[in-house]
Design a protein around this ligand. Structure first.
Ligand code: GTP
Ligand code: MG
Length: 324
């Protein structure tokens, strides 16, 4: 790939260049990886976009919300990028296509860029790919980056470490449903949106919203929140209701954090998190290549045969690694 050409065209906001750059960072080929790192270095850190993470169980309306919300933002002249984080096991290949069709209007919008999730098995790989895709979207001058994830545990943590605002999308339900959302996820949320507050579902949505507003008040106060936050609100992605209000809340919260310094602190913490994560992955990868790989196999066999203990075998490998 011709980086000398790709860098300026990506920085000018060209969506095809952005798509090609993301394909490059997604590639597992060693020469592609080297080029990807070179590209990311060349782009450097540019202006900051507002990164919004959006999580919710399948069918809650994430795609519908992103389409309506995205169109509202592009209608205001904002450039919007949509990325997805999904462990491939949780999704069939078909839904990638489904999303593109569901976000049909947004995907045709010249101010929008939609990138469906790649089929990648490993969560660590997904995290790196999304992180780099976010950086590329920022370099391409997008104002808002929406990162969608289906709520299946680990992916939410990944998204929370990538975004400035974390939104939890919920569906109307009975009161006992509250326990269905893990406390850890609630604690990550900056805004809870109860979707489908329309038609017959509206009363249930309002009850659910009140339940969650109550639950949020019981959580420990976080330093990154002004008084009254995090909030719970109702929206209807289908009927385009409450989206403007939700956007106002997001902006208020983001602005407060910027002014108070929480925004930059958080980005710094996130960068540090990913640095350590990469380091950890790199160290573990050493175990899978020679000469360590063979030594690990030999020590493993010795442990199995009972000629050495697990502790002594591990110590031996670690001592060798220290000398490398
Ligand atoms: N009544 C109502 N239905 C909605 C609303 N938003 C989404 N839906 C419907 O809910 C269903 C699922 O919507 P999606 O947007 O595909 O949900 P999703 O969260 O993206 O689902 P996955 O991608 O499978 O995780 C569709 O039939 C939508 O039409 C809403 O605001 N009101
Ligand atoms: Mg979807």
């Amino acid at each position: 790939m011709d980086l000398a050409h790709l860098v300026p065209s990506l920085q000018s906001g060209d969506r095809r260049s952005l798509a090609r750059a993301i394909t490059l960072v997604e590639s597992a080929r060693a020469d592609h990886r080297a080029q990807a790192l070179e590209l990311l270095q060349a782009l450097g850190s540019t202006k900051q976009a507002l990164r919004i993470g959006l999580s919710g169980t399948p069918g809650v309306g994430k795609s519908t919300f992103i389409e309506s919300f995205g169109l509202m933002l592009t209608g205001q002249g904002k450039r919007v990028a949509v990325l997805a984080v999904d462990p491939s096991s949780a999704r069939s290949g078909g839904s990638i296509l489904g999303d593109k069709t569901r976000m049909e209007r947004l995907s045709r919008d010249p101010l929008a860029f939609i990138r469906p999730s790649p089929s990648q098995a490993q969560m660590g790989g997904v995290a790196r790919r999304t992180r780099e895709a976010v950086a590329l979207c920022e370099a391409a001058g997008f104002d808002i980056i929406l990162i969608e994830t289906v709520g299946v545990g680990q992916s939410e943590t990944v998204v929370a470490e990538l975004c400035d605002l974390f939104i939890l999308l919920l569906a109307p339900a009975g009161g006992d449903e509250l326990q269905g959302v893990k406390r850890g996820i609630m604690e990550m949320a900056d805004l809870i949106l109860v979707n489908k507050a329309d038609g017959d579902l509206k009363p249930a949505a309002m009850r659910t919203c009140a339940d969650y507003a109550g639950a949020l008040r019981l959580l420990r106060k976080r330093p990154q929140d002004p008084p009254g936050y995090p909030k719970a609100m109702t929206v209807s992605a289908l009927e385009d209701a409450g989206l403007g209000l939700a956007w106002t809340e997001m902006q208020t919260l983001a602005e407060w954090r910027r002014v108070q310094g929480h925004w930059q602190t958080r980005r710094g913490q996130q960068a540090q998190h990913w640095f350590k994560e990469e380091l950890r992955r790199g160290l573990l990868a050493v175990l899978d290549v020679e000469p360590t790989k063979g030594l690990v196999a030999a020590q493993g066999a010795a442990v199995a045969a009972g000629t050495t203990t697990p502790e002594a075998a591990a110590r031996q490998i670690l001592t060798l690694l220290h000398k490398l």
